[in-house]
Structures are given as structure tokens and as C-alpha cells.
Design a protein around this ligand. Structure first.
Ligand SMILES: *Cc1c(COP(=O)(O)O)cnc(C)c1O
Length: 340
């Protein structure tokens, strides 16, 4: 397969149009077969459900080249089942999970020339999403939907290695109890934009959200789950019904326990206990783990002993093991690596 002439190691995390995308339409109560198309645009009624009442959800996963030259993606079945959960919560029709995985594979296959080579640090980011496409003016679910998957090559999230970031405790909430924080809905991002722009203006990289009801427990950032390492080497990760269940975080829990022999705790984490932790990281598909060096709580700084120069040692081991599994250098648990 002839690869595109792309400067892989200098790619940023930005959209770049690729050759083919998958499109399937839901009409009269059923999904059609779906097609691969070269048309990267969408024509919609001005009154589409997605445009009026934000009826849309999405997923994100990656394909890449392993050390031995295979094209693979990581746990796409979990994206399929998470999208099912999102659709059910938003009164959208579920796209069948097996067909979701097949469509992901078809999109990668059709854009194989954009899958970055092993060792470049770049990956092919895959974006499945669904939206209400028929006209809705009275508040109700749309009758017609479109499910699409496109992909775009993205660079290493951190060029020149992952430098620890500084985050701040945010005064706004991300998700209410019994709300939509646990699903991957576009609306959760729309309402976080004000906070992230404000954080960046004030010199912070991300917002740490606390639980909306009591503001005493740690939830997550706008788009990544927290992991903490205690001084005696236990991995602690917050549990709450309003946290989005990150596939990276769930995978890291398995890596910590089964590969590194660590103790893992998935439980509510009080904000006032994190000052005693040794390391902190943010996890998600885009960066795998972003190390956090410092948390600013209204001027009071919590500085992790791992410092601001590099990833903490335990975080680094987790990162190296998970990326090793993804890249085929370390044997993966059954079903984690799906060959295209
Ligand atoms: C997508 C997302 C994550 C990360 O999930 P992964 O499956 O690891 O990519 C974390 N938090 C939020 C709010 C998200 O939308």
C-alpha cells in the first residue's frame, strides 16, 4: 500500500480531509446498508434536530501500524457499546454494534494510505458520530438520523515528549447528577467551551471539574478521566455516575493490575485527598496519558512530587505498557487489538 506523502512526525491534532467516509441513514424505523463516499460534505434541512436541539453524539478511536507492520485499532467494540449507551440516552436509534465495528474497519481500509507508519508517533484518528437529520421544531426526537465515520491522520499529541501540565479547579460544573455526563454527547462539550477558553486565557491547560452536588469529589476534565498514583504505588481513579467511562482509563486499570501487579482502586475520590498523592495523569484516546504536574485551587497550588519536567515514574510505566500493547510490542489481552 502506497502511503500518502505526509510529514507524519510534524502533523498536529487537526482535521485533514481523507479519501473515503462511511454514511448510513436511518429512515422509516430502519438503518440502510450504508455506503462509502468521497463526499466530505453534508446537506441538511435548516431545521434538522441536530441544529435545533443538539441531538448528536460521537466516539473517538485510533488506528495505527504495529511494530510488525499490521494495521490495527484498539478495542472498537467498547466504542460501539458506549455509542449505544449515548444513543439510548438521547432517544436516537442504536447503530448495531457489530456493524459499527465493521464500518470502522471499512473506513480504515479505504483510507489505508493515511494510516501513519510505525514509529512516526502519528496515528489515524477515527470519528464515528450520529445526529438527528430530519426537521424538528416542536421539542421531540428527530425521525431520521445519519451515522457517519470519517478519519484523519493526527500527529503525536505531545511533540518532544509529554511535559506535565497545570490544571485549575473550575467553578463551573461539567455534569449534573442524573444528567448526561456519562455519555459522549456533543452538548457536554458545547457547554465546556466557555470554561476552557477562560482557563487558557488565565494560563491553565485544563479544568478539573468537581461533583456538581457537593463540590467535594473529583470528577474529570472536559475530555479526559483522572488517574492518581498514591505514595505506596496504588492506582486510584474516581468513580461517579456523571463521569464519562474512558476506554483508556478502563484499559489502564487492567494494565496496572494484570501487567504491573499494582493495586487499583476505583472509588469516589475526595478533592482534599489528592494533595497526598504522588502522581496525577489525564487519560483519553488522544494523548493516552497527559501527566499533571500542578493543580491550582483558587490560588492554592497542589504540586505533585513528580514535578513539572517529566511524567511520574509509575505513570510512565503505565503509559509505556499500554502504548506497547497498542503498538504490538507487548502481548495484548484477548480482543483488545483488532486487525483491519
Ligand atoms: C471521550 C472522553 C474521555 C476519554 O475517553 P477515551 O475512551 O479514553 O477516549 C474522557 N472524558 C470525556 C468527557 C470524554 O468525552
Amino acid at each position: 500500500m502506497e502511503k500518502k506523502n505526509i510529514d507524519w512526525s510534524n502533523l498536529g491534532f487537526a482535521y485533514q480531509v481523507t479519501d473515503k467516509r462511511f454514511v448510513s441513514n436511518y429512515k422509516n424505523g430502519a438503518w440502510d446498508e450504508g455506503i462509502m463516499t468521497e463526499d466530505a460534505t453534508i446537506t441538511l434541512t435548516e431545521c434538522a434536530g441536530v441544529l435545533q436541539y443538539a441531538q448528536t453524539c460521537f466516539e473517538g478511536l485510533k488506528a495505527y501500524t504495529t511494530e510488525d507492520g499490521r494495521t490495527v485499532c484498539f478495542r472498537p467494540d467498547l466504542n460501539a457499546s458506549r455509542m449505544k449507551d449515548s444513543c439510548e440516552r438521547l432517544e436516537m436509534p442504536v447503530f448495531p454494534e457489530d456493524k459499527f465495528v465493521e464500518a470502522v474497519k471499512a473506513v480504515v481500509r479505504a483510507n489505508e494510505a493515511y494510516v501513519p507508519p510505525y514509529g512516526s508517533g502519528a496515528t489515524l484518528y477515527i470519528r464515528p458520530y450520529m445526529f438527528g437529520s430530519s426537521a424538528v421544531i416542536g421539542v421531540k426526537p428527530a425521525e431520521e438520523y445519519q451515522f457517519r465515520i470519517f478519519c484523519t491522520p493526527v500527529g503525536p499529541y505531545f511533540k518532544g515528549g509529554a511535559k506535565p501540565i497545570t490544571i485549575r479547579v473550575c467553578d463551573y460544573d461539567r455534569a449534573a447528577p442524573h444528567g448526561t455526563g456519562h455519555i459522549k454527547a456533543g452538548l457536554n462539550y458545547a457547554m465546556s467551551l466557555y470554561q476552557i477558553v477562560d482557563a487558557h486565557e488565565k494560563g491553565f491547560d485544563e479544568n478539573m471539574y468537581l461533583d456538581a452536588a457537593t463540590r467535594t469529589y473529583v470528577e474529570e476534565t472536559g475530555g479526559a478521566n483522572f488517574i492518581f498514583i498514591t505514595k505506596d504505588g496504588t492506582m486510584v481513579t474516581p468513580k461517579s455516575d456523571s463521569i464519562l467511562p474512558s476506554i483508556t482509563r478502563r484499559s489502564l486499570m487492567v494494565v496496572a493490575e494484570k501487567y504491573l501487579g499494582m493495586k487499583v482502586e476505583h472509588r469516589p475520590v475526595r478533592f482534599d485527598e489528592i494533595k497526598d498523592f504522588a502522581e496525577c495523569g489525564l487519560c483519553g484516546t488522544a494523548a493516552v496519558i497527559s501527566p499533571v504536574g500542578k493543580i491550582n485551587d483558587h490560588g492554592n497550588e497542589i504540586c505533585f512530587p513528580s514535578g513539572m519536567d517529566e511524567m511520574g515514574p509509575v505513570t510512565k510505566k503505565l503509559y509505556d505498557t499500554l502504548t506497547g500493547i497498542q503498538m504490538g510490542r507487548i502481548e495484548a489481552p484477548e480482543g483488545w487489538i483488532v486487525e483491519i
